[in-house]
Design a protein around this ligand. Sequence first.
Ligand code: HXC
Length: 258
Amino acid sequence: MAYETLLIDIEDQIGTITLNRPDALNAFNNQLMTELTQALDAFEADDDIGCIIITGSSKAFAAGADIKEMQELDYMSAYQDNFITRNWERVTRCRKPVIAAVAGYALGGGCELAMMCDFIICAENAKFGQPEINLGVMPGAGGTQRLTRFVGKSKAMEMCLTGRMMTAEEAERSGLVSRVVPLDTLMDEAKKAARAITLKSRPIVMLTKESVNAAYETMLLQGVTFERRLFHSMFSTEDQKEGMEAFIEKRDPHFKNR
Ligand code: HXC
């Protein structure tokens, strides 16, 4: 499938989506979000892909929703078209792992999209922020909720109320990103992490993702019970047998379900 606002690459079981509207710093217009949904649908359906990376350019992961497109919205059309929900949240329903590789600006919807991914690896020049307050609106794709869960109320509140951007170093210190790496190694590092994931048993990876995500949706006792049920079920898989046998035989595991 040909996309106008995305570049697509598939290699070594890793599907990479590069946001590609350079003239608008990858701002999300309706076309880009629709194409992103289609690309994620295609990657999820492709058995040869075990991990997905979403990235942008070295200057901008994404500068947020397209302000020029949003400017004309009124309440009724925003509500009736189901603006945002309609095509913004596909990534949160991905069953395969999704890594955000962020360089440059990740602002507004850009920061929100990165937070919808499973983890964020960023370059030293990354800048995260929720500057919607400067436009007379507030975050609308989960920013007030997910940022608060990542970095705590005080920092999230300050960022949402003042529009201040966070550096890569601050983002790592406060738990928003898993790692900061030099800009020229960003894609190598993201691909290394993705490759490590694709070498594991795919169903075990997907169940593990589901279980970590349950930590955000459930109370502790429910979450731990859910985890325990999934853990028990793993002893019915060939990959558990292979993983433990390989350890005992002091060799690398070769999981069948990859
Ligand atoms: C549309 C955008 C854009 C955006 C940048 N551009 N961000 N177009 N929507 N969000 C365009 C500019 O108009 C300009 O086009 C070109 O990209 C380059 O941007 P500059 O501003 O010239 O670059 P620079 O001076 O380097 O500044 C970079 C920046 C700034 C700090 C990132 O562009 C900026 O503040 N952008 C807006 C960030 C923002 O407010 N994001 C939140 C959006 S609201 P021209 O044609 O002039 O060259 C949001 C709500 C989400 O995300 C809620 C869910 C839908």
